[in-house]
Design a protein around this ligand. Structure first.
Ligand code: WTA
Length: 637
């Protein structure tokens, strides 16, 4: 497969960028032409950011799975689509060629149909990192069902919230998942979630860990049994459902600064076109390259850069079930060596945690197949960038620092590997079609270079969020109300004298812990559910490995004489309500929180204390009781 839209030089980048601004519709139509459509669009784009109402490839009809699978069958049927490396290096790996993936997706699409799933239905997927996860996603897309994948680290309560919000009546899960030395009992967690979700009619369970599970008659069925039925019936291939370009492809929940996580909705046409464009250009993917994205498919990075874009490009996607440090910290390097990985795409937090093991785990590992390195999810510090460059890329591999968000679908700001220059800790330049703007606190655009502001995007791109599921107003308020006619990212940003962008972190109350987005309000709500807690305030602080750690200030009714026990109780509560990923790293018991006279918590002060910058607390005279600050400073942990 060749990519007519692949940019090959800095000049071509400049030309493409200019075209994409001068005539975005012609630009994106030319890219979209290279895909398989059941019917071409009538109009490329209609939009306004006030409602917001954004539509791409209007009246175009397609099915993304024909682009991910079917169209590669003739030329590349025997080519590996997915290579899977198990958690345990002693277990055998698996490879699915495009033909095999086609077969498996069709079989499972029949299973979904047999279990009553129809076009437009929401299907929740809660599985570990095994090939059946992308198979399940693609089978949903094949029949036009909307998948909503939930990361395996979320608790029963979080799952139940998402099931209710999405109105999902079918769940696909596993008995359990392997992660490092642990077995995570996924089906048990689902059973707990379903206590409050009686509307769920079907649970399809794939056997992975042989963990004992309870199966409810009439509701729960085994994946294996259902596939057997399909085989016995000798069904023909399922024709790919005709989808409108604007039909939802999936919902993915993500945290914001307020309330419960919201369901970001992505559509078929625009998501397919933009994400594939970004994949081929940012990573400079060449046919035959092995692409290893280490993200979990439960997050957007896995959706886009393990599943959809790589397969649309006819590429080979390597997925890994386990952890970077199990059974030892050389696991990634063994995988790179074993499969001759060409592109490695990971998170700064993983790089930092591996750095801490020194160079020993790299000994004897042949990394010479690597051509391109990538990072995503959080700002990368210069030290980690240099280590990645020197010890992994051996100073021969361009590093792409890719900035984007769940709401964006694909990478928006990044250098293109080997084409446009990298700059440590900078995402650098916008992709064609992306028009960034830096805004000041008065809502005015800051022009020129060597300036900082809040990062917005001025013009739609094909894979942008269309709505938040079931609550369009929330989408408007969250992303389109802060600055008129702009999409607001929630990130702060600096533009250097050459126009390179450097993301400085969130400017709202959202934390980025190990590249995972967590709302402080969500963590506070969870902490407050513990009976002893009167009030709490959560802020982030710099953490060597995680990027940001979670610091909780808690007013507790009756701290146990064993203070550690009270802390553990709170941790347990947060784990139950959200999931282990949201557990605070530090909990400080306090008698009061710094509040203004109107009762608002002054987070700025708490942030400074958590960061250890006691000398620059600023003006505390407007506080209701300035004395609490001294007490909090004294008790800092
Ligand atoms: C942050 C992950 C700096 C940012 C794809 C954004 C980054 C949030 C980068 C989105 C980067 C992502 N440099 N910060 N290269 N990439 N971020 O939705 O704060 O999980 O708003 O999407 O991660 O996180 P999300």
């Amino acid at each position: 497969m060749s990519y007519p839209f692949q940019i090959k030089s800095p000049d071509e980048y400049n030309k493409a960028y200019k075209q994409s601004i001068d005539d975005p519709e012609a630009f994106w139509a030319a890219v979209a032409e290279t895909f398989l459509w059941k019917k071409k669009w009538d109009k490329v784009l209609a939009w306004n950011f006030r409602e917001p109402d954004v539509k791409w490839f209007i009246n175009g009809k397609l099915n993304i799975t024909e682009n991910c699978i079917d169209r590669h069958l003739i030329s590349s049927g025997d080519k590996p689509a997915i290579i899977w490396e198990p958690n345990d290096p002693k277990e055998e790996s698996r490879t699915l060629t495009y033909s095999e993936l086609h077969y498996s997706v069709n079989q499972f699409a029949h299973v979904l149909r047999n279990n009553g799933v129809k076009k437009g239905d929401r299907v929740c997927i809660y599985m570990g990192m095994i090939p059946e996860l992308p198979i399940a996603m693609l089978a949903c897309a094949r029949i036009g069902a909307i998948h909503s994948v939930i990361f395996g680290g979320f608790s029963a309560q979080s799952i139940s919230d998402r099931l209710q919000d999405a109105g999902a009546e079918c769940i696909i899960t596993c008995d359990g998942a392997y992660r490092g030395g642990k077995d995570i009992p996924l089906k048990n967690v689902i059973d707990d979630a379903l206590v409050t979700c009686p509307f769920v009619k079907k649970v399809i369970v794939y056997t992975r860990t042989h963990t004992p599970v309870s199966m409810t008659k009439g509701r729960d069925v085994w994946w294996g049994d259902e596939i057997k039925k399909v085989e016995e019936m000798r069904y023909a291939e399922i024709p790919a459902e005709e989808m409108d370009a604007e039909d939802p492809l999936f919902i993915l929940y993500t945290s914001g600064s307020t309330g419960k996580p919201k369901g970001v909705v992505h559509t078929s046409g625009g998501y397919m076109v933009y994400t594939t464009y970004s994949f081929v250009n940012v990573f400079q993917y060449q046919p035959g390259d092995v692409h290893f994205c280490t993200a979990d498919i439960g997050w957007i990075t896995g959706h886009t850069y393990i599943v959809y874009s790589v397969l649309c490009a006819g590429g080979t996607s390597l997925m890994y079930e386990g952890l970077p440090t199990w059974p030892d910290a050389g696991r990634f390097w063994d995988i790179v060596d074993k499969y001759k990985v060409n592109i490695l795409y990971t998170a700064p937090t993983a790089i930092r945690s591996l750095m801490a093991y020194g160079l020993e785990p790299l000994k004897g590992k042949d990394l010479s197949s690597l051509k391109v390195l990538g990072t995503v999810g959080e700002p990368i510090n210069e030290e980690a960038w240099q280590w990645y460059d020197e010890h992994i890329g051996k100073k021969k591999c361009p590093i792409v620092d890719t900035w984007w968000q769940t709401e964006n679908g694909g990478i928006l700001i990044s250098n293109m590997a080997g084409i446009t220059p990298s700059k440590p800790s900078y995402a650098t330049l916008p992709l064609p079609g992306i028009q960034p703007a830096l805004m000041d606190e008065h809502g005015k655009e800051i022009e020129g270079n060597d300036v900082s502001g809040n990062l917005c995007i001025k013009f739609p791109w094909p894979s942008m969020i269309r709505t938040t599921y079931g609550d369009h107003e929330r989408c408007r308020v969250n992303y389109f109300a802060s600055y008129p006619d702009m999409y607001f990212t929630g990130d702060g940003c600096y533009r250097d004298s050459n126009g390179n962008y450097r993301i400085t972190g969130r400017v709202d109350d959202v934390l980025n812990v190990s590249g995972h987005r967590i709302g402080t309000a969500e963590v506070e709500n969870a902490i407050n559910m513990h009976t002893g807690v009167i009030e709490s305030a959560v802020v982030g602080y710099p953490h060597d490995v995680k990027g940001q750690g979670i610091y909780a200030f808690v007013i507790f009714d009756n701290v146990h004489e064993d203070v550690e026990l009270s802390r553990k109780d709170i941790m347990q509560t947060v784990s139950r309500v959200i999931g282990p990923i949201a557990k605070p790293d530090k909990i400080q018991f306090v008698n009061g929180l710094p509040k203004t006279r109107s009762g608002k918590i002054m987070r700025r002060i708490l942030r400074k204390i958590a960061e250890g910058e006691m000398s620059s607390l600023g003006d505390t005279s407007t506080l209701l009781d300035p004395g609490v600050v001294d007490e909090i400073v004294k008790g800092k942990i």
